[in-house]
Design a protein around this ligand. Structure first.
Ligand code: FAQ
Length: 312
């Protein structure tokens, strides 16, 4: 007969697993606060992938060639797949997928601020691939070592696909930069609009990030928001030079002492505004998601009826 472990012993076991850098798995005991944080982060991430299909998805019917259309279709489908892996990971923590969707469309759960900006030109498709997927990779590669097993494993596959997304964006922009002056101007204009919002993707500064300390202690996050933001700036500047574009920041310059780029102040009031629902496209993104949910009701009903019939 096995002895029943007390809560304190279970907690000690959990801490021991973390201290050995091993994964927490769905069958393991975990503190309620850890479960809540994990569901919050995974749900926000899943919602971001699904809402993130919209800004680029708009260009599928207007892509300038069959090749670009095929590439974009594949990319947007990948984002749907990422959403599904992530909702599945949240389900291993006892979350209910329908409930998560409800929380998204009623504004009770967040998604990334970045997807509330418009995509007026085709250069935006390239810049989303290069900068937004670039920032996503920078943030998510360390999450492959996150302490929650299903999330960390999902992240490995997601990062491989994001890396293809970033390359397709860069290749699209390279092609445009080799084109006409009007095309080059279009790329620079898109870079000007997306640069600062892409820096905001990493979240608030460390001294204003309520979740970082605990998430680092639980090894959910492996780096702070500011550390990853700096890494992203350092990685992006040489890429911009190779492309022949500039970032809209007069204070951006190499700091030899720190061996990193210094950059200008971020407008945190803009991030707060966009997160709280007042970005340029928040209302449109949620309205589209709500409509898709309503339009798909008959499919879910039919699938449930079919499953019941088969069971009987
Ligand atoms: N937007 O205390 P912290 C992608 C919230 S996927 C909106 O620092 P934390 C792929 C935060 O949730 C992009 N909300 O929080 C793609 C928290 O909310 P609370 C998404 C934000 O969790 C590419 C509060 O503010 N990626 O791009 C944002 O420790 C192209 C306080 O913040 C992920 O979700 C924001 N930018 O750190 C798809 C990655 N920043 O507590 C299509 C996983 C913060 O009020 C096309 N997530 N908040 O509920 C993470 O790494 C973390 O959750 C952070 C935030 C770093 C985002």
């Amino acid at each position: 007969m096995t002895a029943v472990m007390t809560e304190a012993e279970l907690e000690k076991d959990f801490e021991h697993t973390l201290s050995r850098d091993q994964r927490i798995e769905p069958r393991d005991w975990l503190p309620e606060a850890y479960r809540k944080t994990m569901v919050r982060q995974i749900a926000q991430h899943a919602h971001s992938e699904i809402i993130g299909m919209q800004p680029e998805g708009k260009w599928i019917t207007m892509a300038p060639s069959l090749r670009r259309k095929a590439i974009l279709l594949a990319k947007v489908q990948d984002e749907a797949g990422h959403g599904l892996y992530l909702y599945s990971a949240a389900e291993t923590l006892g979350a209910d997928r329908a409930d998560l969707t409800d929380k998204l469309i009623s504004g009770r759960q967040k998604y990334s601020s970045i997807f509330n900006y418009p995509t007026p030109t085709f250069a935006d498709v390239g810049v989303i691939g290069w900068l937004v997927d670039g920032a996503a990779i920078c943030n998510q590669v360390p999450l492959c070592r996150s302490s929650y097993g299903p999330y960390a494993r999902g992240m490995i596959r997601i990062c491989k696909e994001e890396s293809f997304h970033q390359r397709q964006g860069f290749e699209l922009l390279m092609t445009m930069m080799r084109g006409t002056q009007a095309q080059r101007d279009m790329v620079q204009d898109a870079v000007n609009r997306w640069w600062w919002p892409s820096l905001m993707m990493f979240g608030p500064p460390d001294d204003d990030s309520p979740n970082t300390a605990q998430s680092m202690a639980w090894k959910i996050k492996r780096h702070t928001n500011d550390e990853l933001r700096q890494r992203y700036v350092d990685m992006s500047v040489p890429q911009a030079e190779a492309l022949g574009v500039t970032f809209p920041d007069p204070e951006l310059k190499w700091n030899a002492e720190r061996e990193s780029y210094d950059f200008g102040p971020i407008d945190w009031s803009e991030l707060k505004r966009v997160i709280s629902g007042d970005g340029p496209c928040n209302a449109e993104r949620i309205a589209n998601r709500r409509k898709a949910q309503e339009d798909g009701a008959w499919v879910r009903e039919a699938a449930t009826a079919h499953a019941k019939k088969k069971e009987a």
